[in-house]
Ligand binder design. Structure first.
Ligand code: PHE
Length: 346
């Protein structure tokens, strides 16, 4: 048996030596490693041998197969190189032809802005948490002091999911804001919480230059003992300065959101005209950048936080809106219309 293997080895490697093209090489592989090759026959025949013989011949036969495979790989490489060298020599391959540069992708402008804003809050000690895009009505509205008949529900025209509950209602929707995550996070943790939630929001909206049916928001909230409106103002003012420049001024005015009390709207002095009035700020000198407020005591109570012990602030901002302001983009529809002429500028 061992002799037979020696013969096979001699013969196969001898043949391999003189091969100089890939098709002959393939024929060699079939002849010496294929299913009908002598070596395969030997390996198959091992089953009928005594244990002693099996051990000796088996090892030798397997070794031979590995050797054939390794030699084949080496030869393939050599033949290919030789073929390329020949092609260059005869001019079939022109190595002076410039290569084609691969097109590089990049992050979407919304994603870039989202990360830049997140980074600012991360350095201030906020943790990033994401939540579901498909949400229960309870988290999106009820738990946030927006009961079914509350006029505030009109503020968010909603895309509802077909899913029908036993009572025939449709309690599932595409979240209209990231605020439901206030509830989810507080339900699962005890204070202190300091969290931001970046995420896509959806509204049933007739689109125009300032309205899209999908857009990113970043929600932020902090709940602990002794958190006051001063903390809200300090945190958001610092954020605005880091994003829009340290010479910015901030203005807080009353606004209404059912889940905060008091509620505020924050504006910065227009960074284009420095407050003297221009097109960007509609002549007012101020640009609204976000909604915020102190978490409503009823919201705290609902998640089991004692409003006599804990207080907190919350805010929500539109990511695309921040970028539109910063870069002077006048149509929000550009973000999701997949026009590369727009996207390549970022
Ligand atoms: N969720 C509100 C919106 O979508 C923004 C907001 C968040 C306001 C948190 C106050 C506090 O308009």
């Amino acid at each position: 048996m061992i002799d037979r293997l020696g013969e096979l080895r001699e013969q196969a490697l001898g043949e391999l030596e003189s091969i100089d093209n890939l098709s002959d090489l393939e024929a060699w592989r079939v002849r010496h490693l294929g299913r009908k090759s002598a070596l395969t026959q030997v390996l198959r025949g091992l089953a009928g041998l005594s244990l002693e013989e099996k051990r000796a011949s088996g090892a030798a036969a397997n070794e031979l197969r590995s050797l054939f495979e390794a030699q084949l790989a080496l030869k393939q490489e050599a033949v290919r190189e030789a073929e390329i060298a020949q092609a260059i020599e005869t001019g079939r391959i022109d190595v002076t032809l410039p290569g084609r540069a691969p097109t590089l992708g990049r992050l979407h402008p919304s994603t870039q802005m989202l990360r830049q804003i997140s980074d600012i809050f991360i350095t201030m000690g906020f943790e990033v948490i994401e939540g579901p895009d498909v949400e229960w009505e309870y988290y999106c509205f009820d738990a946030l002091n927006i009961p079914p008949d509350h006029p505030a529900r009109d503020m968010w025209d909603t895309l509802w999911i077909d899913f029908e509950a036993e009572d025939g209602r449709h309690p599932m929707l595409l979240r209209t804001h990231t605020s439901p995550m206030q509830i989810r996070v507080m339900e699962s943790r005890r204070p202190p919480v300091r969290v931001i939630v970046p995420g896509m929001c959806y509204r049933y909206e007739a689109t125009d230059a300032t309205h899209e049916s999908m857009f990113y928001q970043i929600e932020g909230f902090a709940v602990d003992t002794n958190i006051t409106l001063a903390d809200l103002k300090g945190t958001l003012f610092e954020f605005a300065k880091r994003l829009f420049g340290k010479e910015r001024k901030a203005r807080f005015r009353c606004d209404y959101f059912p889940f905060v009390e008091p509620g505020v709207e924050m504006a910065i002095d227009c960074f284009l005209c420095n407050g003297s009035g221009c097109q960007l700020c509609s002549g007012t000198g101020w640009i609204e950048i976000l909604g915020a407020g102190m978490v409503h005591p009823d919201v705290l109570r609902r998640v089991g936080y004692d409003p006599e012990v804990y207080t907190g602030f919350a805010f929500g901002l539109g990511v695309e809106r921040m970028l539109m302001l910063k870069r002077g983009i006048d149509d929000i529809r550009l973000f999701y219309s997949n026009d590369l002429r727009f996207l390549r500028q970022f």
